[in-house]
Design a protein around this ligand. Sequence first.
Ligand SMILES: NC(=O)C1=CN([C@@H]2O[C@H](COP(=O)(O)OP(=O)(O)OC[C@H]3O[C@@H](n4cnc5c(N)ncnc54)[C@H](OP(=O)(O)O)[C@@H]3O)[C@@H](O)[C@H]2O)C=CC1
Ligand SMILES: O=C(CO)COP(=O)(O)O
Length: 318
Amino acid sequence: MQETTIAILGAGAWGTALANLAAANGHKVKLWSRHGTETLEAVLQDVHIVLSAISMKGVRDVALQVQSCPLSPETIFVTATKGLEPQTTATPTQIWQAAFPNHPVVVLSGPNLSAEIQKSLPAATVVASNITTAAEKVQLIFSAPRFRVYTNPDPLGVELGGTLKNVMAIAAGVCDGLQLGTNAKAALVTRGLTEMVRIGNFLGAKTETFYGLSGLGDLLATCNSPLSRNYQVGYQMAIGQTLTNILANLPGTAEGVNTCQVLMQLAKQQNIYMPITEQVYRLLQGEVTPQQALDELMLRDIKPEFHFNLKISDDGNI
Ligand SMILES: NC(=O)C1=CN([C@@H]2O[C@H](COP(=O)(O)OP(=O)(O)OC[C@H]3O[C@@H](n4cnc5c(N)ncnc54)[C@H](OP(=O)(O)O)[C@@H]3O)[C@@H](O)[C@H]2O)C=CC1
Ligand SMILES: O=C(CO)COP(=O)(O)O
């Protein structure tokens, strides 16, 4: 295909892996870091694609900086961040789209542990946008013999799958750290998916999207891999480390820590039942021990597996 010039914002683990994938496909890649020597304006000159792999805490700030740089009206934005903004609960796509209302925005999300992709191990991902042609363009740019890229028409669902599973990955790390066994892990991941669908539906995402690569796929990857930073947070808390200590030594960002706070705020405001998220939140806040969080989950009222009520009733049950 024709060479495309791509600016990748954020030279962390994921930005670097994506830069390598695009460069290996013969595209011109300009990787920007706030600590680098090149200005953002210079990096953005004559680019066709702007891909953000900035961690959530920096997205709005970087989007504002990009706004002051000249860009072609054809430029496509791609976001690979998995998080929610605390003040607004906005997703990264919502931030980029509000900053650039006339440009297509594409979400890239899937079971993509960057260390495996850097080793060229096979992986698949999803690109999703309201503008199908933009998603297809990004699909072509990143598709490779060891990186299979699917399109999807539900960008919100794709984005939320990657974001919500980070909280479940913390819980899965706790499960493994406490050596609770395979049955417990299967129950946790399955009920975690139910919880992701519940909040995702409330926010406007489609149920079926959560059963795809960006939902179930990413849930399986991060809940089962010590490479996941979110999993590591849970695992290390379960073996007695403090959160402060874990985060100080973690290589890179564990978005689930902040995402969990945003979700709890939303769950309380909107009365949405999120028992696993609530226990992860209480654990991260130091309100319960890992063992107490487990007991709280196991000792809840018994109930049918499936129900269609999203809200907590007056007596606290659903
Ligand atoms: N690593 C992975 O396997 C995957 C990660 N992701 C997601 O991608 C995002 C980035 O993850 P990852 O690369 O691993 O994280 P890292 O911590 O390795 O990198 C984060 C990047 O964001 C940059 N950044 C943070 N705040 C700002 C700011 N205010 N202004 C400018 N740059 C900023 C950092 O710059 P600096 O170095 O200068 O601080 C760094 O380049 C996360 O949302 C993560 O969930 C998605 C899929 C896979
Ligand atoms: O999102 C990821 C893999 O898809 C990376 O997971 P962590 O952020 O937990 O390392």
